[in-house]
Design a protein around this ligand. Structure first.
Ligand SMILES: CC(C)(COP(=O)(O)OP(=O)(O)OC[C@H]1O[C@@H](n2cnc3c(N)ncnc32)[C@H](O)[C@@H]1OP(=O)(O)O)[C@@H](O)C(=O)NCCC(=O)NCCS
Length: 201
């Protein structure tokens, strides 16, 4: 059983989806360039798909197999409402304690660092709170922006799989990135040690 958290970063709130998000999900995930770069998002994004997907989150949380969070912008001109800009998930192999990270950001919000900001937070949550041993992610070879996000959050390139998957009638290369929990914990230890040293000076 997973309890979906509400996570805050400098500019974002990551929170569970609710059915009121469905029309925004359909509009943003419905862009061809989102589906084109992911393995599972359908195109066209028909009516009802977003609702069905959002309803499925409760079940995957209950059986502990996935955590899906809405990526929302905090700053909405003083309004209490947040703006939905994307989605981020960790799918979990319960037996092995391994996670797989997935994400998309709506096109109007690309290249502003939002995905990196969200992914850093979710990665840390997955390793420290869900206690996953490692988290990996795949991206298509022709999608360097996704690879760049994975590098920026500290993942290491692990493997490349040429022609591993068929997407819209074309074979695609898959690139795999990974991070182990002991890596992130050793970063914390280094930062903590530096902090202690600074206090002693
Ligand atoms: C991949 C995606 C999530 C990135 O979101 P984002 O919020 O724009 O990401 P960020 O702004 O945090 O970082 C993007 C990085 O990629 C770089 N980038 C963008 N286009 C690039 C390209 N064509 N080649 C190389 N790097 C590129 C940006 O410059 C930036 O790196 P930098 O900070 O070093 O300059 C977004 O493009 C997306 O949703 N794409 C479609 C769905 C998808 O690909 N999902 C991932 C499936 S694995």
């Amino acid at each position: 059983m997973l309890t979906p958290p509400i996570l805050h970063t400098g500019r974002l709130i990551l929170r569970p989806f609710n059915l009121e998000d469905a029309s925004d999900v359909q509009r943003l995930a419905g862009e061809r360039d989102i589906a084109a770069n992911t393995a599972v998002i359908p195109h066209p994004y028909e009516d009802g798909i977003a609702e069905e997907w959002i309803r499925s989150h409760k079940i995957s949380c209950e059986n502990g197999t996935a955590l899906n969070l809405a990526i929302t912008l905090k700053d909405n001109h003083d309004s209490q409402e947040t703006i939905l800009i994307g989605a981020i998930s960790i799918s979990i192999d319960l037996k092995e304690k391994i996670g797989e990270l997935g994400f998309w950001i709506g096109k109007p919000y690309w290249n502003k660092g939002y995905c990196t900001e969200a992914a850093k937070e979710v990665l840390t949550y997955g390793l420290n709170n869900i206690k996953l041993k490692s988290i990996h992610a795949f991206h298509f070879g022709r999608n360097p922006a996704s690879g760049r996000v994975l590098q920026k959050i500290g993942m290491q390139h692990e493997d490349s799989f040429p022609n591993a998957i068929e997407k819209w009638g074309k074979k695609e290369d898959l690139i795999k990135y990974n991070i182990q929990s002991n890596v992130i914990n050793s970063w914390y230890n280094i930062i903590y040690d530096k902090f202690l040293w600074l206090q002693l000076l």
